[in-house]
Design a protein. Structure first.
Length: 201
């Protein structure tokens, strides 16, 4: 909504530059929405989060946002399967002075998320693996930690019964599962492309 966009804090200069560069990219639709990024950045700060996981890096926009939000001794484990796009963001991580906070791991996320206790996890990768990331995330997350899941609306396709593609079905099933999951207190928020925010009990 344009009105919302007109009434939101200005991004960090390095975030703006990376945002503009990514918007010109052929796969620009994979860029995280700014309103959702600001909301989650604030949540990281509210929670005093120090250890974060970013599942699905693309050009590194969300990783940059989380790194700017954690304290100086914080860490963002950024998981992706290729450097094709992540290399785009690295200069902006350095420019913002937070590259030392970002631990980029080029491997399937299911292989990367194996140990540690984390405060915040953002899931925005291959949709058919969302349930796997969610389950592993709950194991990695501390009590009171947050999992934020992007694309829960999937451009409205989750609300259209006629769409039975694998990615849409995977998201629908996870949305229904989270609603009934006694391990979390969850709310789906109408920002970005639908964001499920789950607090581990």
């Amino acid at each position: 909504m344009i009105y919302i966009e007109e009434h939101i804090s200005e991004p960090h200069p390095s975030m703006r530059k990376l945002q503009e560069l990514t918007r010109a990219h052929e796969r620009s639709t994979m860029l995280s929405f700014y309103d959702g990024t600001v909301l989650l950045s604030n949540m990281i700060k509210f929670a005093g989060a120090k250890k974060c996981i970013d599942v699905g890096v693309f050009t590194g926009y969300s990783s940059l946002a989380w790194a700017l939000s954690v304290p100086e001794d914080g860490i963002v484990v950024a998981c992706d399967i290729s450097t094709e796009y992540t290399d785009i963001g690295k200069p902006f991580w350095k420019e913002a002075g937070v590259d030392h906070k970002i631990d980029l791991r080029i491997a399937p996320a299911v292989d990367t998320l194996q140990s540690g206790t984390y405060d915040f996890i953002f899931i925005d990768a291959d949709k058919e693996s969302y349930d796997t990331y969610y389950e592993q995330g709950l194991q990695l997350l501390r009590q009171g930690g947050i999992i934020a899941i992007d694309n829960c609306f999937w451009n409205g396709l989750c609300m259209k019964d006629s769409d039975t593609s694998a990615s849409t079905e995977a998201l629908r099933q996870l949305n229904a599962k989270i609603k009934k999951d006694s391990r979390v207190t969850a709310v789906m928020v109408n920002v970005a492309d639908g964001t499920f925010i789950c607090l581990k009990k």
